[in-house]
Design a protein around this ligand. Sequence first.
Ligand code: HEM
Length: 510
Amino acid sequence: MASEFDTTKLYSENGSPVADNNHTLTAGERGPMMLQDNWMIEKLAHFDREVIPERRMHAKGSGAYGTFKVTGDISQYTKAAVFQPGAETEVFVRFSTVAGERGAADAERDIRGFAMKFYTPEGNWDLVGNNTPVFFLRDPKKFIDLNHVVKRDPKTNMHSAQSNWDFWSSLPEALHQVTIVMSDRGIPASYRHMHGFGSHTYSLINEQSERVWVKFHLKTNQGIKNLTDDEAAQIIAGDRESHQRDLFGAIERGEFPSWRFCIQVMDEATAKNYKENPFDITKTWSQKEFPLIEVGTLELNRNPENYFAEVEQAAFAPTHLVPGIGLSPDKLLQGRLFAYGDAQRYRLGVNHNHIPVNRPRCPYAEFHRDGAMRTDGNFGGAIGYEPNSYGQWQQQADAAEPPLDLFGPMDAWDPADDPTDDTFYQPGDLYRLMEEPQRAALIGNTARNMEGVTENIRLRHAAHCYKADPEYGDRLAEALGVDAVRVHELAQMTHEERMAATGQQVPTRK
Ligand code: HEM
């Protein structure tokens, strides 16, 4: 997106030439400044407003354009144009770290955002994913608490391992995500060297209006590459922008990173009778039972021309769906549906979808009018109501989804009360899948990360690890310097008993 302006000469906001950009008008040679120096006032006033709110999460990021090419055939599952055989679609992708602020270092231990905007002929489809297939929690009410513990302590204004681990270890369902973040994959060497996941269960709908449930996967063609804590510390000491530098540089050099785009599919009947809740984001679907189906390739091949315009102002939202791709009953996903547009109306304004990077590339008219920063023709004199007698603004019934059966009465359900719920076997499977060097890295990283955390929380976390796999728990207990026998006792307790037995140890705030 090159600038359409002639930047060789200096003009003010009303398009008039600026006569002097170096000397402010003063009353006399040594006198005070004049308010009538319009250019000085305009320059200062604009500068005062140049910072916009950063994203509450995922504030530090890197973006690039590219292409998604379909090489497989999943038209039996979806009518979405973006997935039809041979389709090529322009994309914009923004990668990010999650907990750090806009100026944070890239090479930190954290999950990574992997947000994709597909400019399809039927509107923009945003797949706002991460580099991990699961998440810390499964109820949107807890997301805010998660942010409060990974962000800065309200008193010290520093990151607090104590709060972080107190919260994580109070949610047994977090263990799967915590195990991944503490593993060697917790610090990717770059955005190019990691996989991507939609993480939630979504749906696909075909021409016959049949629905299947789906998980989205992106497999890096660059191979997985990670950093140890030591390597990352060395990089950060010399370069806080290592991921941005890597991605930008690779694309400038013509080394275009790419990912294999795959899906897993589960039919509605299987989902109803499945051994556990297939809409629980703290669990993955077995790839043996639901094998990966290859769909196409996502390649990034063009750097943005202007970081602020295109990356900082990019706005992704899980509500941005197209016909043939739908949501699921996943509670966490449902919570996200409100949060993104709401955050962007605050961060960028009500007309943020008109910003070029966010604008659909297909012909469309979104009905909304007016609002701050409406910079197009605002649909001129077209009427603003429907139904009407002029054939205007007609709804498009073809885009409707098939009805979905729901499950039982309304209540504030706790997934832990579901007798099929087991939050420990998957982190255990993951541990058992690791080779010895990965196990050692997981234990070492966790112990370093938990430095300074009170004993009650170290015991609680080790007990969860023990429940996942006894070796995982025992090795961690040793690395954390806590009593293994006590860990075994705690592992036998119910969650409530364990919380009561490991509660209330007040740390000194550093
Ligand atoms: C960014 C909320 C869970 C991935 C954001 C933003 C909000 C938010 C408010 C900032 C949006 C903006 O200012 O543009 C939430 C809530 C969640 C949730 C309330 C749970 C209830 C998740 C999950 C994933 C995810 C499960 C991944 C699977 C992302 C990514 C971004 C983001 C990648 C950055 C998008 C970008 O690059 O602009 N989230 N989030 N979030 N979130 Fe979430």
